[in-house]
Design a protein around this ligand. Structure first.
Ligand code: GLU
Length: 287
């Protein structure tokens, strides 16, 4: 999807890196575990609250949004959103089973019931809505480019990529979108796998959502920079089983409440906010 200049400028402003070193303290609980409401019998909420546990798919190698800590527990904004939803079901953070989902396996993991939710920098789009349902959006990213520090090839946007090799991830919207600009695309399974080819010059750029790239640049200080010219809209949703409308509404209500009472800002500030300014979350789409 191509965007108007106004949107691009606003989105570019939204990813200005603050220059702080990322310092996430996801260990401190940000939300209180609630006594679960009296959920309708047979609902997913009732099943999960009764079990006292939930399985959530997220990314494990994306600083700011989902990065595994030394104990193997993911930290970042997406895991915090997961803890928020679990707490609403009366489930403590320790009772969440985290499963690594990469871009290509998010739909099958939901469809097969391997996970109850996917919260993994997961763009809501019509193709995916054929097979899974989405709560949210709870954040709006935009696809961008990561290049070597100093931008030696002078890449200012996707139009400068013609004839150049680019690395991205299979099954992502980034892979689909970049095909419009270059046919020389290396697709791997995680974005962190793209860093070495960028270092060695095997590719001229890595492409995906600006916030993922900002996290990778921050993690590898002095090596890379984000071009900061987003060229798509990537509304992040929470994936769940197709047509589980009650569960989708419950997650939407939980997100709305967190946006209204300041919890959303708090979760952002303790994770992605270490590097990125606090945005206004997008309006929830109760389709
Ligand atoms: N948000 C995009 C997507 O869902 C790219 C990031 C990712 O692969 O997680 O495909």
């Amino acid at each position: 999807m191509r965007l108007s200049k106004g949107f691009v400028a606003a989105a570019a402003a939204a990813v200005v890196v603050l220059g702080l070193t990322a310092c996430t303290d996801s260990s401190a609980p940000a939300v209180d575990v609630e006594t679960p409401a009296d959920f309708a019998e047979g609902s997913t909420m009732a099943r999960l609250a009764e079990a006292g546990e939930i399985t959530i798919g997220t990314k494990f190698d994306q600083p700011l949004f989902g990065l595994s800590n030394p104990d193997g527990v993911p930290e970042g904004f997406d895991p915090e959103i997961g803890k928020l939803i679990a707490a609403k079901l009366g489930i403590a953070a320790d009772d969440i089973t985290w499963v690594e989902t990469v871009s290509a396996n998010r739909e099958p993991f939901i469809q097969n019931g391997d996970v109850d939710l996917v919260i993994a920098t997961y763009t809501i789009n019509d193709a995916r809505k054929q097979v899974v349902s989405f709560a949210g959006p709870y954040y709006q990213a935009g696809q961008d480019l990561l290049v070597l520090e100093g931008n030696p090839e002078g890449i200012e946007g996707p139009d400068d990529l013609e004839g150049k090799a680019v690395c991205t991830v299979s099954g992502s919207t980034s892979e689909a979108n970049i095909a419009e600009y270059t046919s020389d695309v290396i697709a791997t399974d995680t974005y962190s796998n793209c860093l070495e080819p960028l270092r060695t010059g095997a590719v001229a750029a890595v492409t995906t959502d600006n916030v993922i790239l900002a996290g990778l640049a921050d993690q590898n200080e002095g090596e890379f920079e984000v071009v900061n010219a987003p060229f798509t809209e990537e509304p992040y949703g929470i994936g769940l089983a197709l047509d589980d409308t009650e569960f989708r509404e419950f997650v939407n209500d939980t997100l709305q409440e967190a946006e209204d009472d300041g919890t959303w800002d708090e979760l952002w500030e303790k994770t992605a906010g270490a590097v990125l300014p606090t945005p206004t979350p997008p309006a929830i789409d109760r389709y």
